[in-house]
Structure formats: structure tokens, C-alpha cells
Design a protein around this ligand. Structure first.
Ligand code: ADP
Length: 288
């Protein structure tokens, strides 16, 4: 059983690596994508794709500022799988001043998407590093962001569930502009205080700020791509390039739509209910 589990873990990373090799070796057209056989290997992906035998493989979708990172990282702790945010991988690469960083800075700071090839390279490296450390399963946040990425992911492993977080667009902009990061500990906070009266039968939305502890206060920074102009562009790009990904998974019966009713204290228990994880959460608090 242990050997089988190890094989399953390796299968995902190896298949992602194969996908990258395939992508780099040829220009991929839409017709290629339809005609080419899946890049998965016989005998490996079949086991890695059996959700009954491995850790969860989930995806979080949603517009910039919706809170994908917040909820995906909480859930990853609850179900004991890594939270892998491609935005974080891009920012790590930017901070490393490596060969890609100048090119990436230009793209990210204009609110555009990094090429599928670069992002899949970063992700496959992260998955491989995780496999080498004994990680299994994942919650992906910010990937896939194009249908092409979704097709490539579907060719290498089975996604069990896709959570699509939703929130009103005017709130998304305010939340992005309120985002702050502690430059020392890396903690994520939000200084925006949202209190919007519901209209046309919609409920009020109240989201309290997520304030940093005293010792982080003087070290807060704002992401370079969280300016009004760039956030608007990221939202536009999301509607154009990433909304079709919602449809991709909806058609496959994997999409769970979740409209955030408010801040974390209100939304978290409801999200757990929607995921049928409320029992797990109670067991963990009882054990703590
Ligand atoms: P957001 O708050 O817009 O969801 P992220 O932190 O997920 O931002 O990503 C930041 C930036 O990193 C994106 O605007 C984009 O330039 C790049 N990026 C992240 N994930 C992807 C992806 N899957 N494909 C292409 N570009 C990506």
C-alpha cells in the first residue's frame, strides 16, 4: 500500500514534467490539444487519478481579491494537503532576481497573465519539490487560469473538485486596494472595512478588516499590482481568460459555486458546510 501511494505521488509530478516537455517541444495549437493523446502514462495516472486512494486534488477559482488564498490556505491545513498558489510562485521568482524576473515584472505589473509555459514550469517544479518532501494532494489557487491550462492539468491528473468563489465586483476592487503584506513575516492582511447595504432583495455584506498584529504594523507593504488601474485590468483579464475555465469545469460536473456571504467568520463555516467538511472541523477543534 505504501509503495502504491509513493507511485501515485510520483505519477502526478512526472506527468506534469511530461506536459512541460511536450509544451516546450512544440507549438501547441487548439487542434493539437484535441487530437493529441493525453500525456499521462499507462499504469501511473490511473492510480493517481483514483480519488478514493489519494489526498484531495482541489482547485480554487475566483476573481482577484475574492479571497482564494485565505480560504484555500485554511482548507489546506484542515485537510492536510499543500496550498499551492501560482501567484506566490510568480512572486518568489520575481523576488529571486533570476533570469525570468525582469520579464515577469513587466507582465505582472500590467495585470496580464504570464505565459502558460512559464507558469507550468514553475508549478511542475513546485510539485516535484513537494513530492520529494513527501507531500501528497494539493489545493491549487490561481491555476488553471486559462482553458488551455485546465486541459493540460486534466491531461496529467484528475481534479476532484473546483470551488468557484464569488463576490460583487465593487467589493473586489476595494478588497484588492486594502490588501497589505508584512514584509517581514509574509502575513496577509486587509485594511478595507466593507459595509454595503443589500439592494433588490440581496443581503447586506459586512466584511471586517483583517488587521495585522502590532509588531507587523510598521512593516506593511502593498503588492505592486494592487493599484486601481492594474486591479481593473486584472478583473478584465479574469472575465476574458479565466471565466471560461469555470465553464470548463461546470460542464464536467466538478464546479461548486460559493457566493461569499460576508467576512471570514461568516463565510468559513458556510464554506465548510458546502464542502461537507463541518464534521471534520468540529473533530479537529475537539481534539485540539
Ligand atoms: P490575483 O489576486 O489576481 O488572483 P495572483 O496572486 O493569483 O493574483 O497572481 C498574480 C499574478 O501572477 C497574476 O496577475 C498573473 O500575472 C500571474 N499568474 C498567477 N497565476 C497565473 C496563471 N495560472 N497563469 C498565468 N499567470 C498567472
Amino acid at each position: 500500500m505504501a509503495a502504491r501511494t509513493r507511485l501515485m505521488r510520483r505519477a502526478t509530478a512526472r506527468n506534469v514534467r511530461e506536459a512541460v516537455r511536450w509544451m516546450s517541444s512544440s507549438e501547441i495549437s487548439d487542434s493539437d490539444m484535441r487530437c493529441r493523446p493525453s500525456v499521462s502514462h499507462k499504469g501511473s495516472s490511473s492510480s493517481s487519478s483514483d480519488p478514493g486512494l489519494r489526498s484531495v486534488q482541489w482547485v480554487f477559482l475566483g476573481c482577484p481579491g475574492v479571497g482564494k488564498g485565505t480560504y484555500a490556505s485554511r482548507l489546506s491545513r484542515l485537510v492536510s494537503v499543500p496550498h499551492i498558489a501560482t501567484g506566490d510562485l510568480v512572486r518568489d521568482e520575481l523576488a529571486s532576481s533570476g533570469p525570468l524576473s525582469k520579464q515577469l515584472a513587466e507582465i505582472v505589473n500590467q495585470g496580464h497573465l504570464v505565459s502558460d509555459e512559464i507558469i507550468i514550469n514553475l508549478l511542475s517544479k513546485r510539485l516535484e519539490d513537494g513530492v520529494n518532501k513527501g507531500e501528497s494532494g494539493f489545493i491549487l489557487d490561481g491555476f488553471p487560469r486559462t482553458t488551455r491550462q485546465a486541459e493540460i492539468l486534466g491531461g496529467v491528473t484528475e481534479i476532484d473538485l473546483v470551488v468557484n468563489l464569488r463576490l460583487r465586483e465593487d467589493i473586489l476592487l476595494t478588497k484588492c486596494l486594502g490588501r497589505r503584506i508584512c514584509s517581514q513575516c509574509g502575513g496577509n492582511f486587509n485594511v478595507a472595512s466593507i459595509d454595503i447595504k443589500g439592494e433588490n432583495g440581496r443581503p447586506d455584506i459586512i466584511m471586517a478588516p483583517i488587521l495585522p498584529p502590532e509588531h507587523c504594523m510598521s512593516k506593511l507593504i502593498t503588492r505592486a499590482d494592487d493599484t486601481r488601474e492594474v486591479v481593473k485590468e486584472r478583473l478584465r483579464v479574469y472575465h476574458e481568460m479565466s471565466e471560461p475555465v469555470e465553464e470548463f469545469y461546470r460542464k464536467r460536473g466538478k464546479l461548486l459555486e460559493f457566493e461569499l456571504p460576508g467576512g471570514i467568520s461568516e463565510s468559513w463555516p458556510k464554506l465548510l458546510q458546502a464542502l461537507k467538511l463541518d464534521n471534520l472541523s468540529e473533530e479537529q477543534s475537539a481534539a485540539a
